[in-house]
Design a protein around this ligand. Structure first.
Ligand code: SFD
Ligand code: AMP
Length: 614
């Protein structure tokens, strides 16, 4: 037994275990109680659910609302929109399932106290754009968390889940999860009949633009650490479209979102010389992607592509023309409030750089890539679809169940359904929870069992970085670099550099090819070897160590998928220099992978894309 073997172990039993209490996790927890009145519903969250996840600092818009009560949009329209935006490759069954339920979710948010803006003339929700409605959303997360907290048997805050537990009687069935309390250091063993992973997406796997003291400034939450991918990957769940990383057009340095400006304030962009530039790139883009360039609205990746090309042509920076819109006092107010309620850092950056958008058109930039399943992108786990509309190829069990029995997911975790955003993620959590309750009820006497040997081994593994540090620390008298251990920050910086240079980050102009990816995989393998020597000086650093482990595994998955898809499907997100064009003949398909933790091998395959909406 090592130095830290004497730690307390706390056992928690549940019927439904929800990992991550963000938007999807709150939806899952709330709905599990609705369908499972007498079930034990537990939510485990590494931060505190009142202010955790991507919505921690609030939002100014709910980006997915159909408006079916007013005949504004129908679910089929949303499927067409998401399909266009993702250059054809979405799981239409999953997207349709969310779209048909999302409005009633938003109505609940309003009932719970979320202030939604109203159009003074029509009395309807104030539209930002066709799909987006505007909210006073600084307290969006605490409002949603309150509903989940009241529904849960118990919410365990401050516990970072590190691994899933598998059933000792059936190899492909989940039985719970383990983790540690980031404040007390207690080890937790969660035994569960069904597990729903809602642990958010991934920032900081590619090097961000802001480095050093500014490295926490990213668009997606810096604490979105890829657990939602690493946890299922490690137990052999199939993943889909992990190459579909997203690059966001954002205001420079503060990463402030642009949607409210483009859609509601009706701003537009221009190059450094004040000229419109998108039309310059029309023919060139058509060459690469064919008719997808004519789709309306123009796919998100292609809007990025035009910016990138214009900058490469030497006519950057690209600016957003705000000076005109900001002459209208109402629009000026909305423009500032948008950031005060969602990305306060952008308002602070503008103030610090003497930028008043009423007098200066602010610069835009393209972000480093993120991996997520809920924005204009859909990487994530491969899940079974809804019983009534999923094609046979996409249906093998309960709705939103992965290829592991009893393991469900929602939000950023699941791939295939782009444009969920906050409301769709909560809705998908609800959908997954309803199915998970059915799964638990159907189990009967055939209950999963955890193996004591498995969780005892994991306990040793989880705390090993503390021991590595304690022992290795004696070898140095000062500084942070030791011959015996690697600090989480150093490991993170190495990961970000590998991903940036070899897998298509900002430093490489989002460009990669097979030789680069091959070398990237070799370097990731070496990094993985070194992760056995991670050193953590305290519990905070132990959390960073496990976040890094999760990021590295997810990065490997992204790299494998990027290598497998031999085309440039989403120019503006990334480019395969050796396959520079979209290729619908060979690649109008999903890419699926399965990781074998015994051998370390990745198995990749294609899966058909079924279009169920005309
Ligand atoms: O303008 C573990 N998003 C927007 N959605 C909207 O509807 N409107 C907007 O205006 C949006 N914009 C936006 C958005 C996000 C951000 C960061 C900004 C602006 C600045 C997107 C949504 O926020 C996003 O789609 C959802 O939040 C996704 O939901 P979910 O549940 O998949 O992820 P989460 O909310 O981040 O929650 C994850 C939770 O898991 C916890 N966690 N817990 C235990 N153990 C572990 N190992 C864990 N790992 C993670 C997290 O702490 C978190 O609570 S705009 O840009 O488009
Ligand atoms: P963003 O603020 O960029 O995250 O975008 C918020 C919402 O607005 C998302 O649904 C985007 O897809 C959408 N959006 C942003 N910019 C545009 C644009 N120029 N045209 C159409 N939709 C946009």
């Amino acid at each position: 037994m090592g130095l830290f073997g004497g730690r307390k172990t706390v056992f928690v039993d549940s019927d439904v275990l929800v990992i991550g209490g963000g938007m999807a996790g709150c939806g899952a927890t709330y709905e599990a109680r609705y369908w499972g009145r007498d079930l034990k519903v537990v939510c485990v969250e590494k931060a505190h659910i009142d202010r955790s996840g991507a919505v921690a600092q609030g939002l100014y818009a709910i980006n997915t609302y159909m408006g079916m009560q007013w005949g504004e949009n129908q679910p089929e329209d949303h499927v067409r929109y998401a399909r266009n935006d993702l250059m054809g490759l979405v799981r239409e069954d999953l997207g349709y399932d969310i779209a048909r339920h999302v409005d009633s979710t938003v109505h609940k948010f309003e009932e719970w106290g979320l202030p939604i803006m109203k159009d003074p003339e029509t009395g309807r929700y104030q539209r930002e754009g066709k799909w987006q409605i505007m909210i006073h959303g600084e307290s969006y997360k605490p409002i949603v968390a309150e509903a989940a907290t009241k529904a849960a048997t118990k919410v365990y805050n401050r516990i970072m889940v590190t691994h899933l537990l598998m059933d000792k009687t059936k190899a492909k069935r989940v039985a719970g999860a383990v983790g540690f309390n980031v404040r007390t250091g207690d080890f937790y063993v969660f035994r569960a009949k069904a597990v729903i992973i809602c642990a958010g997406g991934a920032s900081h796997i590619f090097k961000p633009r802001a480095a050093g003291e500014g490295m926490g400034r990213t668009w997606y939450a810096p604490w979105s650490s890829a657990s939602c991918y690493a946890l299922p990957i490690l137990v052999g769940a199939k993943m889909m479209q992990m190459e579909n990383r997203i690059v966001l057009t954002r205001f420079k340095d503060g990463y402030g979102p642009v949607g409210a400006y483009f859609l509601h304030l009706k701003t537009y962009t221009e190059n450094a010389y004040g000229d419109e530039y998108e039309s310059n790139w029309y023919e060139h883009t058509k060459e690469i992607v064919g008719d997808y360039v004519d789709r309306q609205p123009m796919p998100t990746c292609l809007r990025n592509h035009a910016i990138l090309e214009e900058i490469r042509a030497g006519r950057g920076p690209i600016r957003m023309v705000t000076k005109e819109a900001f002459q209208d006092p109402h629009k000026e107010k909305v423009g500032w409030e948008n950031f005060l309620g969602m990305t306060i850092g952008q308002a602070v950056v503008w103030a610090s750089q003497n930028i008043d958008p009423k007098h200066t058109n602010p610069e835009l930039t393209t972000s480093e890539p993120y991996v997520m399943g809920s924005h204009a992108t859909c990487s994530g786990a491969w899940a079974s679809g809804p019983e009534d509309c999923a094609p046979d190829d996409y249906q093998w069990g309960y709705n939103r169940m992965m290829t592991i029995d009893g393991l469900f997911g929602a939000g950023d975790t699941l791939g295939g359904a782009a444009h969920k955003f906050s409301s769709g993620s909560f809705t998908e959590g609800q959908i997954a929870a309803k199915a998970a309750v059915n799964y638990v009820n159907d189990l009967g006497k055939d209950q999963p069992q955890v193996s004591e040997a498995e969780y005892e081994d994991l306990k040793k593994t989880v705390f090993q970085p503390l021991e590595n540090y304690e022992v290795g620390r004696n070898e140095i008298v000062a500084g942070t670099v030791s011959p015996s251990y690697l600090l989480p920050l150093h490991g993170l910086q190495r990961l970000e550099q590998i991903m940036d240079e070899y897998v298509g980050g900002i430093g490489a102009n989002y460009l990669t090819n097979e030789p680069l990816l091959t070398r990237g995989l070799e370097l990731l393998e070496m990094l993985k070897e070194d992760l056995d020597h991670l050193g953590a000086e305290d519990l905070h650093q132990l959390q960073r160590a496990w976040e890094l482990q999760h990021r590295v595994l997810a990065s490997e998955s992204v790299t494998q998928h990027t290598m497998f898809r031999k085309e440039t499907r989403w120019p503006g997100y990334y480019y395969r220099g050796d396959h520079p064009k979209l290729d619908d003949t060979d690649w109008h398909c999903f890419t699926l992978s399965r990781y074998d933790r015994e051998s370390g091998d990745w198995n990749l395959e294609k899966a058909p894309v079924h279009h169920i909406i005309d």
